[in-house]
Structures are given as structure tokens and as C-alpha cells.
Design a binder for this molecule. Sequence first.
Ligand code: SAH
Length: 387
Amino acid sequence: MTIDIASQTQTRIDLVGLERGQLARVLADIGVPERQSKMRVQQLWHWIYHRGVRSFDEMTNISKDLRATLARRCAISRPEVVVHQKSVDGTRKWLLRLAPDAHGQRHEVEMVFIPEEDRGTLCISSQVGCTLNCSFCHTGTQRWVRNLTVAEIIGQVLVAKDALGDWPMLIERHPDPPAAGRFITNVVFMGMGEPLYNPENVFAACRVLADGEGLALSKRRITVSTAGVVPEIPRLGAETGVMLAISLHATTDDVRDELVPLNRKYPIAGLLEACRAYPGLSNAKRITFEYVMLKGVNDSEADARRLVAMLRGIPAKVNLIPFNPWPDSRHACSDWETIERFAEIVNDGGLAAPIRTPRGRDILAACGQLKSESERLAARRRSRRLR
Ligand code: SAH
């Protein structure tokens, strides 16, 4: 990615999400001598990703003069929190408002945090809206607006860390610190949007998330989920080495064409071939196949058996997701016995197939329920006008 520094001179340059080389170029541009560059980059990364500071004033190991120049020319941005909800089960959901884009528009995305016994998973968005129109997904009914920038992707994680107090200095003093030493242990690109339709920014964000001096998450704990943008899968592996999840949801092209229209472009066989070739797979590093259980659509015993046969030879696990309903959705969730029988067949076929307990349904934070509040309000206004 190249940053158009010239076009940003009016506004301040956002340092969040810049990779080391890019940050070094920004520093050169504001007059930091070359010989200091490496050290300054390291200091800035430490303050931004390890200490979570939001102002240059707090960067006490940087000279006053440089802090003043940084404050004049640069910024450490965060998306703005519009709504922060907490579910009865502890799941949290944020509605975030992004900074104005080139047209002065301020768009919104949602982000979810799912605490569990041994981990905390932050589910972040990669686009405003989505182009895929999967028939069972609420986000798909929202029009696509734009890709998120690297700063906006990383900014989501920073906002969540602020809200959870998930900074090392705060955790040290926490009365009831998390066993893993941090609240956010995993990041999944399973919020709004198709991450592999925004590959450059998502890959760069993965690198900052995984960097030991960045947000320092293990690559094993970062997962990019795709509906199957096949040509980008090898690049995801080569450029980031993070974990891959595939939203599979069907065992025949006929059914998948209907559920995930992207399948018409990239059918199942080619998708599975890309999965087989994903680098670094082993029993300890498996691809997750997500499978939403839709009553009478994809939940037969024959489907379960086909699923086992299809995935043979791929280090895989299957996540069975009970369908989460949303207003006006045309699908229903499979019966519980059907889901259990399906899981049993897949398990007997040698694949782990946990049934995902839906989390945060009461605040519409569960899989496929994300749709920004602004969009809901706009829809409500439109329907009121029609009446
Ligand atoms: N576009 C990417 C990232 C979104 S991930 C992808 O498709 O993988 C969101 C996950 O939630 C996907 O597996 C999606 O299929 C699933 N999902 C969408 N709507 C759902 C619903 N109503 N109930 C349960 N899961 C759903």
C-alpha cells in the first residue's frame, strides 16, 4: 500500500495501522533524522499498541519538540463509540462511527466481544456493509458502502481494549485479571463485510495485530473468515500466515449457489482445492468450516455425510452454527435433534463439530445479526414514509 502523504497534509496523518516502513516515511516527512527513525518507530509503536495512549503528550521518552510536531502533523485515531451494549451473557457489542470519508460521510460498523472461560474473542468488521447477499445473513441486506482502512480495522481493536481495560499496565493492577493475561486473546474477521474483498488492508492489519511490538497476538489466534474469495486465499496464507475459516454452509453447488451467491463465481471444488493448499496446515492448525444450520435446507443426514467426504484430507474442524433469526429473515433454525444428529455424523466421520451456542442474541450481536443502527433507523424512516 502506498500512502498519499501529499493529500493528507491538510488533515493530520493517522499513525494507527501504519506498518514500520510507512511510519518511517511519515517521520522522515516531518523532519525526523534518518538515524533516529528506527528508534522513533519503535517508541511510537510501543505507545500506540502497548500502552494505548491517544495523545502525543503522554509519550514521555520523546522530546517535547518532536511531540509538538507530531501533534501538529499526525494523529492517533479511534472510531467513535456510538452505542456500547452488554448482553445478559456478557457478550458486548459496539456501534462505531468512523471518521468522515472523502465525501464527508460518517459511516458505522459493529464489533462484538465474546468472553469465554479460557479466552476472549473480538469479532471485527472489514467493510461497511457487504456485497455478498448471503440469503441467511442480516448484514447482507445492508448495502455495501466501502472498505475499511487499516486504521479503522486496527482502531476497532484499540477501542475494545480501551473499553475492557485490556492494556498491560491496567491488567497488572486488575483486581480479577484474566487467566490468559489479557482480555482479548483472539481476533476474528467475522463481523461485517467480506475480508478478502478488502485484502490489502486486512492483510496489513493482520501483520500489525500479529507483530510482537504491535498488538502481539499469536497468528494462531487471528482468524480471517471468507465466504470463498478463492484467488485471495493463497495470498492470505503467504502474506499473513493467520488462520483461515470458510463459510461453507452447503455440500452441493446447487444449494450453495442459493445460500452464498459468491459460489456461482467460485464453486465448491475450487474452494476446497485452495483450502487443501493453504500453507502450514496440520492437526494443530486446522481450517474452520462454518456451517449454519437451516431447517430443511442444508441439514439432512445426507448433507452431514457429504460434508465428511468433502473435507477428507483437509485438516479441518466444523463449527455448526444454529441459525440466528433476524427480522424478516426467510430461514428457520434446524430443530435441536437435527443439529445433534448432524453433529454426531460429522463427529463419527472423524471431524470435531462443536455446536456453537449463540451468544449475545438479546442485543442482536450473534453471527449474521450485525447491521448498523443507522441503517436500521434509515430503513425505519423509509418504511414510515411509505405508510
Ligand atoms: N464474509 C465473511 C465474514 C463474515 S463471518 C464470511 O462470510 O465468512 C460471519 C459468519 O456468520 C459467517 O460464517 C456467516 O455465514 C455466519 N452467519 C451469517 N448470518 C448468520 C445467521 N443469521 N445465523 C448464524 N450464522 C450466520
